[in-house]
Write a protein that binds this ligand. Structure first.
Ligand code: URA
Length: 211
């Protein structure tokens, strides 16, 4: 597994405002959108392309186009949905599949409660959106889900990761396939309720208000 921490002053600034408990919900959503677009720029560095002729007003030349099959973006419900707009700004032709995973608050294990994804993902580049890489259980389950459908190229975009979550996903994935995790920051640790410290609280609640 490759870990890429997107180290950029604008990302750090936006993330700091996002962390602030007094940041209003509307601002929070806007900032998530902006941050994801910045992270998506890093995360799509290896998106597959092919050469294709383009005729400019002056001459014919060989341009670059995204290759088929187009990538698939997979927001993990519910909080990952708040990242979709920012991602689609950069990948407007990608397909979108949905995966609903939630954490059992007692066992802290991930449970699948919804999915809308193609059965066959072989040859597809998958971009998973999940803002908080906490215990790593949800991301590990998501990666398994995609691998089981034939995916071999998975990039996960998260806002904040805990070292514990990174370690779990790293061990879980091993050398099975091409997995990259792109994050804006790696925080200190998890607390006893498996929240990231200092983190930003519950990303879903801060995006949508409902618990
Ligand atoms: N999920 C969140 O929304 N926040 C955390 O800190 C951990 C998991």
């Amino acid at each position: 597994m490759r870990l890429h921490v997107a180290d950029h002053p604008l990302i750090s600034h936006k993330l700091s405002v996002l962390r602030d408990k007094d940041t209003p919900q509307a601002t929070f959503r806007e900032l998530v959108d902006e941050l994801v677009t910045l992270l998506a720029y890093e995360a799509t560095r290896d998106v597959r392309t092919e050469p294709r002729e383009v005729i400019t007003p002056v001459a014919a030349t060989i341009g670059t186009h995204m290759a088929d099959p187009k990538p698939i973006v997979v927001p993990v419900l519910r909080a990952g949905l708040g990242m979709l707009g920012g991602m689609m700004k950069l990948l407007p032709t990608a397909e979108v599949g949905f995966l609903g995973l939630k954490r059992d608050e007692e066992t802290l294990q991930a449970i699948t409660y919804a999915n809308r994804l193609p059965d066959d993902l072989s040859g597809r580049q998958c971009f998973v959106l999940d803002p908080m890489l906490a215990t790593g259980g949800t991301l590990a389950a998501t990666i398994d889900y995609l691998f089981e459908r034939g995916a071999h190229d998975v990039t996960c975009i998260c806002l904040i990761a805990a070292p514990e979550g990174i370690e779990l996903v790293e061990k879980h994935v091993g050398d099975r396939a091409d997995v990259t995790v792109v994050v804006a920051a790696v925080d200190e640790r998890l607390n006893e309720k498996a929240y990231i410290v200092p983190g930003l609280g519950d990303a879903g609640d801060r995006l949508y208000g409902l618990t």
